[in-house]
Ligand binder design. Structure first.
Ligand code: FUL
Length: 630
C-alpha cells in the first residue's frame, strides 16, 4: 500500500514538472470544457454510417426477367435463370468508384427470395439456376467481403406472394427471413425496409386486395428493430417507421430537401437523431433492368447534381445499378458510374484550404483545443467553437498562402455534439472588401457542399454563422473546385446484342376527337392529355403493326388523374374493340418514369384506346406521352 502511494506521488511530481516545462499539455483545473451536446446526438453506428457517404443499390430478381418494376407475386420461379451471374465484377466496379458498399434486393414486393430460405417455397431453390443450388445473397456477400466493401440487404415487408400476408402468420415468415439474413451472411451494414404497400397481389392464389392499415402496427417495427439489434447491433435500420436509424429522403430522384435536419421532433423531449438517405436509379428506365435502358442512362453532370443534392446536403446517397438478365451490370450504367466517380474524385482531390491559417471572431476559453485552425487540419474530429452564449454573429476566416480559384465550399459540423447551425453565409475578400458569395446557407450537419454562383479567386474566405441552436462546432472548412464534365465511354452506350429494344413508331398520322389528345403525342414531356372520362381513343390513320406501348405519366408532380391501372384495346374500325393488355403502372407516385408494356404477340390495328381503370388521385385519366412500339 505504502509503496504504491510513493510511486503515485513520484509520477504526479514528474507530470507536473513536464507540464511546467511545456512537454505535455497541462491538465489544469481551469481546462475549458467542451460544449454540452445540443439536442439529439447520433449513435456511433449513425456516425459511422454518415461517413460512408455513398454506396450502390442493386435491384436484381424475378422482375429482371419479366420486365416489370413490381411483380404481382405469381411469377414462376423458373423464370430466374441468369446465364453468367457475376457479383465479383459488380463489387469491383463499386469499389473502384469509391463507393463504401452495396445493398441488394434479396426480396422485392413479388416475394421471391433470392436465397435458399426455409421461410417459403417461393424461392431460388425452385429455379433452374445452378440446379436450384444457387444463392444470390451469398454471391454478393462474398464478393463484397473480397473487395473490402460493406454489404446490406433490402427485404421488402410487402409480399405479394405470401398467402398469409396481412395476417399474423406472415409476421412469423418475415421474422424468419430477417433472422436468416442476419445470421448467415456475415456483417450486414444496413437493412432496408421499403415503405411500399400497394394492396393487391397474388397472395397464395387468392388474387385480392389486402389492406394492412397502419403498417407500423401490423409489422411491429419496434419488435423488428429489437430483433436486429439483438443479432447485429451495428446494423443500420432504414425505414421501419422511424424506429430505426435512417429514413427515406422523400424522393426517388436522389435529392433531399434543404435545409436538411438529422433530428426529428426538434426541441421536444422526444427529439431523436435520424439521418436521411437519398435513393435513385442511375438509369431513367427504373429500378430493375429493362431492355434498351442504355439509352436512358443519366449523364455524369446530372449524377453529379444528384451528389450535390444528397451528400452535399448532409444525407447519404444510394445509387442503383440494376443487373441484367445475364446477371451482370449494364455497361452503360457502369460507364456513367465511372464518369461520376471520376468527377467526384476530382472535386475532392484538392482542398485549397488544407493546412491553411485560420482565425475566428472568438475561440472558446481561448483554448487551443477549440482553435480556428482545427477546421483546416484534415481531422474530422477536431473543431472550432466559440463560447456557449455565442449562437450567431460569429465568424471563422481562412487565410490562404496565395490566391486560389474555387467554386464549391464544403463545411462540416462536429455532429457528435448534435446538429446546430441554422443559417450561415460565405464571404470572400475581393477588391479590398468582404463580399457575400453565398448568402443562402442553412443547415450543415455531417457536411454541406455549397456550389457558388461562379468561381471566386481570393486568398481570404469567411464563414459567418448567423444563427445556431447552440454555439456552433465546425470541424471542416474546405475550398474545392467543381470538375469539368468527364466524358462517358461511348461504346458502352451502344446496344448490346441481348437487348431487344422496342423502337417507337411514327405518330404523325395520329388523330383524335378528344380535347387536348394530341398533347399525348406532341413529343413534349411537359405537356399532357387529361380527360374527365377515362378513355383516350386514337385513330392511327392507317393500319399499323405493333407489339407494345409506352406510357409516360404526367411530369408536373400532380397526381390528380394520373393513371396507375390501365387497359389497352385495339380495333380495326373504331367500333369493335379487343383488349390486348391490362395491368398496373407500379411505383409511379414515387418514380413517375416511362412505363413500357409488351404484348404477348404483335397486333395489327387502325385504332387504339388507352383506358385508365384507376388513378392515383381523383377521377379521369391522363398521359404525358404515349408511343406504340415495334
Ligand atoms: C420503392 C419500391 O417500390 C421500388 O420498386 C424500389 O425498390 C425502390 C427502391 O423502393 O419503394
Amino acid at each position: 500500500m505504502n509503496i504504491r502511494h510513493t510511486i503515485t506521488k513520484k509520477i504526479l511530481r514528474w507530470v507536473l514538472v513536464l507540464c511546467f516545462a511545456g512537454f505535455v499539455p497541462c491538465p489544469s483545473l481551469a481546462a475549458v470544457k467542451p460544449p454540452a451536446p445540443c439536442g439529439a446526438v447520433p449513435t456511433e453506428r449513425q456516425v459511422n454510417w454518415l461517413r460512408m457517404e455513398w454506396y450502390a443499390f442493386v435491384h436484381f430478381g424475378i422482375n429482371t426477367f419479366t420486365g416489370k418494376e413490381w411483380g404481382y407475386g405469381d411469377e414462376k420461379p423458373e423464370l430466374f435463370n441468369p446465364s453468367g451471374f457475376d457479383p465479383e465484377s459488380a463489387a469491383k466496379v463499386f469499389k473502384k468508384a469509391g463507393m463504401a458498399g452495396m445493398i441488394y434486393t434479396a426480396k422485392h414486393h413479388d416475394g421471391f427470395c433470392l436465397w435458399p430460405t426455409g421461410s417459403t417455397t417461393h424461392n431460388i431453390t425452385r429455379s433452374p439456376w445452378k440446379k436450384g443450388k444457387g444463392d444470390v445473397v451469398k454471391g454478393f456477400a462474398n464478393a463484397c467481403k473480397k473487395e473490402g466493401i460493406k454489404f446490406g440487404i433490402y427485404l421488402s415487408p410487402w409480399d405479394r406472394n405470401n398467402a398469409e400476408y396481412g395476417r399474423p402468420g406472415y409476421l412469423r415468415v418475415y421474422e424468419r427471413q430477417i433472422r436468416e439474413i442476419l445470421t448467415s451472411y456475415g456483417p450486414i451494414f444496413e437493412m432496408w425496409f421499403d415503405g411500399a404497400n400497394g394492396g393487391d397481389g397474388y397472395y397464395g392464389g387468392t388474387r385480392e386486395k389486402r389492406n394492412i392499415g397502419n403498417s407500423d402496427k401490423y409489422y411491429n417495427f419496434e419488435r423488428i428493430v429489437k430483433l436486429i439489434r439483438s443479432i447485429q447491433p451495428d446494423c443500420i435500420v432504414w425505414g421501419a417507421a422511424q424506429h430505426g436509424d435512417v429514413v427515406w429522403g422523400g424522393s426517388e430522384k436522389g435529392f433531399v430537401k434543404y435545409p436538411c435536419w438529422n433530428v426529428i421532433n426538434m426541441d421536444k423531449q422526444e427529439e431523436k437523431w435520424i439521418s436521411l438517405e437519398a435513393d435513385t436509379p442511375i438509369n431513367g428506365a427504373g429500378w430493375f433492368w429493362h431492355p434498351g435502358q442504355n439509352a436512358r442512362v443519366k449523364s455524369p453532370e446530372q449524377l453529379m447534381q444528384v451528389y450535390y443534392d444528397s451528400v452535399g446536403r448532409g444525407a447519404n446517397l444510394i445509387l442503383n445499378l440494376a443487373m441484367d438478365r445475364s446477371g451482370r451490370l449494364d455497361p452503360a450504367d457502369v460507364a456513367a458510374l465511372n464518369s461520376l466517380a471520376e468527377m467526384r474524385r476530382r472535386l475532392l482531390s484538392h482542398d485549397f484550404a488544407a493546412g491553411a491559417e485560420a482565425s475566428a471572431s472568438e475561440v472558446r476559453g481561448k483554448d487551443d483545443a477549440f482553435k480556428a485552425s482545427n477546421v483546416t487540419d484534415g481531422n474530422i474530429e477536431s473543431y472550432w467553437c466559440p463560447e456557449d452564449k455565442t449562437t450567431g454573429g460569429c465568424w471563422l476566416e481562412i487565410k490562404l498562402s496565395k490566391d486560389a480559384t474555387f467554386d464549391v465550399v464544403r463545411l462540416r459540423e462536429q455532429i457528435r455534439l448534435g446538429q446546430r447551425v441554422k443559417s450561415f453565409r460565405l464571404e470572400a475578400f475581393l477588391d479590398g472588401n468582404w463580399q457575400i458569395v453565398d448568402g443562402e446557407g442553412k443547415t450543415i450537419g455531417n457536411q454541406v457542399l455549397r456550389k457558388l454562383a461562379k468561381p471566386v479567386t481570393t486568398d481570404r474566405v469567411r464563414l459567418v454563422i448567423t444563427d445556431s441552436r447552440a454555439c456552433p462546432c465546425i470541424s471542416e472548412f474546405s475550398l474545392l473546385r467543381h470538375p469539368d464534365p468527364v466524358a462517358v465511354d461511348e461504346t458502352s452506350l451502344l446496344c448490346n446484342e441481348s437487348e431487344e429494344t422496342s423502337a417507337p413508331l411514327p405518330r404523325d398520322k395520329w388523330t383524335s376527337e378528344m380535347t387536348g389528345a394530341s398533347k399525348a403525342w406532341d413529343g413534349d414531356d411537359s405537356t399532357f392529355w387529361q380527360g374527365n372520362g377515362n378513355k383516350l381513343i386514337v385513330n392511327l390513320g392507317e393500319e399499323v403493326s405493333f407489339s407494345g406501348f409506352s406510357y409516360l405519366p404526367k411530369q408536373n408532380g400532380d397526381f390528380n388523374a394520373m393513371t396507375d391501372r390501365y387497359r389497352f384495346e385495339v380495333s380495326s374500325d373504331g367500333e369493335k374493340w379487343k383488349e390486348v393488355a391490362s395491368g398496373e403502372f407500379p411505383n409511379i407516385r414515387a418514380n413517375p418514369i416511362l412505363q413500357t408494356v409488351t404484348f404477348d404477340r404483335a397486333v395489327k390495328a387502325r385504332f387504339f384506346r388507352f383506358i385508365g381503370i384507376s388513378s392515383l388521385e381523383g377521377k379521369g385519366a391522363s398521359a404525358a406521352e404515349i408511343n406504340l412500339l415495334k
